[in-house]
Design a protein around this ligand. Structure first.
Ligand code: F0G
Length: 355
């Protein structure tokens, strides 16, 4: 029995890596694809599958791309990485930089990052800069800081505008095809900065081009209504949503996402915060999977599209759950009720339960 491969080894033929690329890895990828029978029946699409990306090392899909981006940064001589983030990119960058023995600098919108994600950055020893502004401002700043190389601070930008990020993230599409034995009919995904939908589409196209799959899915992306520039067709100066991970008004990969939509015959739509929170609770209670609010936008979108008759109910649908629920305990409290009080005896607990 051999050891299990690392993500970068498993898909090396599809990645821009070589013998000089350091073999980083924290156990990213190989996440479960769960047939959501109960939830699927409840929303009228029984062939609904959930790609549980919260099971990555730092609890989000970002790790797939970050391992490649940080390995390439090391290979190219960087001694630090920098990123803007709504929280998950920064948690991932901090962890992989720690593992690589280099510095991480993360620039965040003050007060808008879920508590667990903040903690992850600090725990890994990143330097955290909070700005009075939103994600789009933070991304503008880090792009400006890395526009010209500074020989005193060899620095790599590891937002998804870094091409290695999308290369790594496309491996999730490969795994979906392998687990299903072919492509799904639809791939439903939350859209923020629009890198991930673009990465999945690239992965499906590559598997089709080499004949691993015969068809490609329709890409169906979902933004939060208060942060839906790709749906409304204009940038949002002040995006707002409870799904803080996708609170983005100027998606850097917007053009790639629109191309993925059009080439695949898909759609990009908006879901309200109420629809997101309803899906967030249902995924946890009906399937036992606790994802973060932004992730639930994929399922909220499937529910909406199915109700509007925009999805064939017999289709195979994969909804990507991009991040782990524990990252955002404050929103998680909306799912909590007060505990039932009891005396410390079995009889009292039984009585409290009404048994
Ligand atoms: N879901 C989660 C949990 C995310 O953290 C993000 C993006 C997305 C979905 C959207 O993916 O940006 O590729 O369209 N988070 C970034 C961050 C922006 O900084 O962590 P996208």
């Amino acid at each position: 029995m051999g050891r299990r491969p690392r993500l970068m080894e498993r898909f090396a033929a599809f990645l821009p890596i070589g013998v000089d690329t350091p073999p980083l890895g924290l156990g990213e990828g190989f996440t479960p694809l769960v047939h959501a029978r109960t939830l699927g029946r409840a929303i009228g699409v029984p062939q609904l599958f959930l790609k549980v990306e919260g099971q990555n090392p730092t609890g989000s899909f970002k790790d797939r791309g970050m391992v490649v981006a940080v390995a390439k940064a090391l290979e190219e001589g960087a001694r630090a990485v920098i990123c803007a983030s709504t929280g998950n990119t920064s948690a991932s960058a901090a962890a992989y930089a720690a593992s690589a023995g280099i510095e991480a600098v993360i620039v965040l919108p003050r007060g808008k990052i879920a508590a667990g994600k903040m903690l992850q950055g600090f725990a890994a020893g990143a330097r955290v800069v909070a700005i009075e502004g939103n994600f789009d401002d933070a991304l503008r700043i880090v792009r400006e800081m890395t526009a010209e190389p500074d020989p005193r601070h060899p620095l790599a930008l590891v937002n998804s505008v870094n091409p290695y990020r999308l290369e790594g993230q496309k491996t999730a599409a490969f795994e979906v095809c392998e687990d299903l034995g072919g492509a799904p009919d639809y791939l439903a995904i939350p859209v923020g900065n629009a890198g991930n939908i673009s990465a999945y589409w690239r992965g499906f196209k590559e598997y089709r081009d080499i004949g691993v799959i015969e068809t490609t899915p329709r890409m169906i992306g979902f933004q939060a209504a208060g942060a839906s520039p790709l749906v409304q067709g204009h940038e949002f100066d002040d995006p707002q949503t409870i799904a803080s991970a996708i609170r983005i008004g100027r998606p850097a990969s917007g053009q790639l996402a629109l191309a993925a939509r059009d080439e695949s015959g898909g759609l990009i739509d908006a879901v309200s915060d109420d629809e997101i929170l309803a899906a967030y609770g249902d995924i946890a209670r009906l399937e036992g999977i606790f994802c973060e609010p932004a992730s639930a936008a994929s399922v909220a979108g499937v529910r909406k599209a199915a109700a509007e008759g925009r999805i064939d109910p017999g289709a195979t649908i994969v909804a990507v759950l991009t991040g782990l629920g524990l990252k955002d305990p404050d929103t998680g409290m909306s799912l909590a009720t007060a505990p039932i009080e009891a005396e410390p005896t079995a009889g009292s607990v039984r009585a409290a339960l009404g048994w």
